[in-house]
Design a protein around this ligand. Structure first.
Ligand code: NAD
Length: 339
C-alpha cells in the first residue's frame, strides 16, 4: 500500500511534534510543513530535512532572508492526501474552505470547535467515527486526558456523574507572552467548556468541570471525582487504569510527587523533546470510598494529543481498520510502553 502523504500546516508546539511523529511512521510520508515567518523554527525544520511551504504573502520575506522554500501552502495541498492543521485556534474556518477547495482531508486541533468538523477524535473511545472522513478534530489536551481515563472506567463500572477540576498550566514552556506568572486565575465562565468537549465523544457522560490557571508551564493537573454505578475496590480501578492505553501509573512514594518529576521521568525515558505522551495517574492517589472514585492525573499538554493525530490520519485515510492495531503501531514508533 502506498504511503499516506501528510502535510502539517502550522509548525508551533503541536505542529512540530506531529511532523516528527509522522516522519517516524513507516506507512506515512511527511511532504512538508508550513511556516509564516523565516524564524529559527523554520531553520530547524529545514535542518531536520522537512520541506517548507509558506503563505503567498510570506514568499518575499523567506526569499529576502535566504530561507529555502519548496512552494506555497497551496502547492503543498497538491502533493498531500491529508493536512494536519496545527494553526492557532482562530483560523480554522478559513483553512477549512481551502482544504475543501483543494479536495484534501484535514485534521483540526482542540482550539477549534466540534462544529467545524462535526466529528471529534480519540483513539480508543471513537476511532471508527473518523473512518474515511474528510474532516475530523483531535480534541484538546485536557479533553484527551479525560477520555483516556474516564472512557475505560466508564466501560468497566459505568460512571453516573463525574466532576473534574483542571489546574491549567498558564503557558507552554517556549511561550513568554502569556501568564499569569504569579497568581492563580479561576475560569469564571462556569461550568467550563471541557465537560461539553468530552461529551463531543462520550455524549452520554454526565460531567461537569471547573478550571484554574496556575503559574506553571510544565503540565496540567486534574482532580477527578466520579460517582460509579456500583461499589468497587480501589484495586479494581487500578487494574483498569493499568491496562488503559496511553495511561501511565506513577507513584508519590516512588519519588514522583509533582509534575516536575513527571517531566524528569520523560527526560530519563529519552523521549523526543522530553515528551510524556501518556496521561499519568498517581497510583497512591487513587481511592474509592463506597461508589465514589477519587484520583489525580497529569496531562503533558504539548504532547498527549500527538499519538492521537497519528491514529486519526490512519482512520481517515482507511489505512488500519482496527483501532487497537493503530494504537499499538503508533505507540511502538514513539516509544510508548507500559513498563
Ligand atoms: P502555536 O502558537 O504554538 O503554533 C501555531 C503555529 O501556527 C505557529 O507556528 C504559527 O506561526 C503558525 N501560524 C499562525 N498563523 C498561521 C496561519 N494563518 N497559517 C499558517 N500557520 C499559522 O500553537 P499550538 O499550541 O501548537 O496550538 C495549535 C493548535 O493545537 C490549537 O488549536 C491549540 O488549541 C491546539 N492544542 C494546543 C495545545 C498546547 O498546549 N499547546 C495542546 C493541545 C492542542
Amino acid at each position: 500500500m502506498a504511503k499516506i502523504r501528510v502535510g502539517v500546516n502550522g509548525y508551533g508546539t503541536i505542529g512540530k511534534r506531529v511532523a516528527t511523529a509522522v516522519a517516524a511512521q513507516d506507512d506515512m510520508e511527511l511532504v512538508g510543513v508550513t511556516k509564516t515567518r523565516p524564524n529559527f523554527e523554520a531553520l530547524s525544520a529545514l535542518k531536520k530535512g522537512y520541506d517548507l511551504y509558506v503563505p503567498e504573502e510570506s514568499v518575499q520575506a523567506f526569499n529576502d532572508a535566504g530561507v529555502k522554500i519548496s512552494g506555497t501552502i497551496k502547492d503543498m495541498y497538491k502533493k498531500v492526501d491529508i493536512v494536519v492543521d496545527c494553526t492557532p485556534g482562530n483560523v480554522g474556518e478559513m483553512y477549512k474552505a481551502q482544504y475543501q477547495e483543494a479536495g484534501v482531508k484535514a485534521i483540526f486541533q482542540g482550539g477549534e470547535d466540534h462544529s467545524l468538523t462535526g466529528i471529534s477524535f480519540n483513539s480508543t473511545a471513537n476511532y471508527s467515527e473518523s473512518w474515511g472522513a474528510q474532516l475530523s478534530r483531535v480534541v484538546s489536551c485536557n479533553t484527551t486526558g479525560l477520555l483516556r481515563t474516564l472512557n475505560p472506567i466508564d466501560k468497566a463500572f459505568k460512571i453516573e456523574h463525574a466532576f473534574v477540576t483542571i489546574v491549567r498550566r498558564a503557558a507552554d514552556p517556549g511561550d513568554s507572552k502569556n501568564g499569569p506568572i504569579n497568581g492563580l486565575e479561576p475560569s469564571v465562565k462556569l461550568p467550563t467548556h471541557h465537560g461539553p468537549d468530552v461529551q463531543s465523544i462520550m455524549p452520554w457522560l454526565d460531567i461537569n468541570t471547573m478550571a484554574v490557571k496556575a503559574s506553571t508551564t510544565l503540565m496540567h493537573l486534574h482532580t477527578v471525582v466520579a460517582q460509579l454505578s456500583k461499589e468497587v475496590t480501589t484495586e479494581e480501578v487500578l487494574s483498569v487504569l493499568r491496562e488503559a492505553p496511553r495511561v501511565r501509573l506513577v507513584s508519590s512514594k516512588g519519588g514522583i510527587k509533582t509534575t516536575a518529576q513527571v517531566m524528569e521521568l520523560a527526560r530519563d525515558l529519552g523521549r523526543d523533546r522530553s515528551d510524556m505522551y501518556e496521561i499519568v495517574v498517581w497510583e497512591d492517589g487513587v481511592k474509592v470510598v463506597g461508589n465514589t472514585l477519587y484520583f489525580y492525573q497529569g496531562v503533558h499538554q504539548e504532547s498527549d494529543v500527538i499519538p492521537e493525530n497519528i491514529d486519526c490520519i490512519r482512520a481517515m485515510c482507511k489505512a488500519e481498520p482496527d483501532a487497537a492495531k493503530s494504537v499499538e503501531k503508533t505507540n511502538r514508533s514513539l516509544g510508548i510502553t507500559k513498563d
